[in-house]
Design a protein around this ligand. Sequence first.
Ligand SMILES: Nc1ncnc2c1ncn2[C@@H]1O[C@H](COP(=O)(O)OP(=O)(O)OP(=O)(O)O)[C@@H](O)[C@H]1O
Ligand SMILES: [Mg+2]
Length: 228
Amino acid sequence: MDRVKTGISGLDEMLNGGIPAGRHVALYGGPGSGKTSFCFEYLYQGAKMGENGLYISLEETADDIVENMKNTFPLLSETNKLISEGKLEIIKPDKLDLEDVANLLEDRITSNGIKRAVVDSATMIRMSFKTEVEYRQTLFEFLSLLRNLDVTTLTTVEATTAKKEEMKYDIEHFVMDGIINLYNIDREDRRVRALEIFKMRGTDHSRELVPFKVTPSGIKVYVGEKVF
Ligand SMILES: Nc1ncnc2c1ncn2[C@@H]1O[C@H](COP(=O)(O)OP(=O)(O)OP(=O)(O)O)[C@@H](O)[C@H]1O
Ligand SMILES: [Mg+2]
């Protein structure tokens, strides 16, 4: 099986080498849990490995994302260069429409050989639907469309809670190929970041809850360490 290395320290080991190529993975987490940072680094590392990436932002402007990510990851210093070379594209579409997002992806795949894509966030799209049934149906069609395209995607989903024990299953948990949960675990005097690979169709993977940090040189996932 072909795998797409995320390039994120520790994560590929948990995935037994990377995300199965062509699959669609949801990054599920509460506010500030690191969703945007994960997505950005996935594209950054891919671009450095020669795989062009497209970040479709439905909330923040492209300028805001670049500005925030440069501050978060000052040592991932090639952001501007990768953008100017067309290896990293960040686009904020005018409309929150899954069909438009699919068309945009198809266009950038054809004209710029995009291999990795990010949709941040599905929750923005979900809010534009009147009923859950309509959203589920459209999301399902969107994913079927993506399966014909040679692209591996990360889609962020906003969790309504940061607590592991309060996580509930949403539509995305069932329709996506993989789910990575990001947590901000409450400790007496602080919060600790941790993640788990909740599901990943077609591959064995770690089932541990593993601590991670957002550092200036990128995200570090501490495989084999316990969450304290
Ligand atoms: N340089 C840094 N070092 C350590 N932590 C940082 C750094 N920069 C940002 N952070 C942390 O990362 C968090 C933001 O992460 P990010 O924006 O990726 O989360 P998110 O899940 O996308 O949030 P949102 O729900 O607002 O979209 C900040 O709240 C901050 O705690
Ligand atoms: Mg975000």
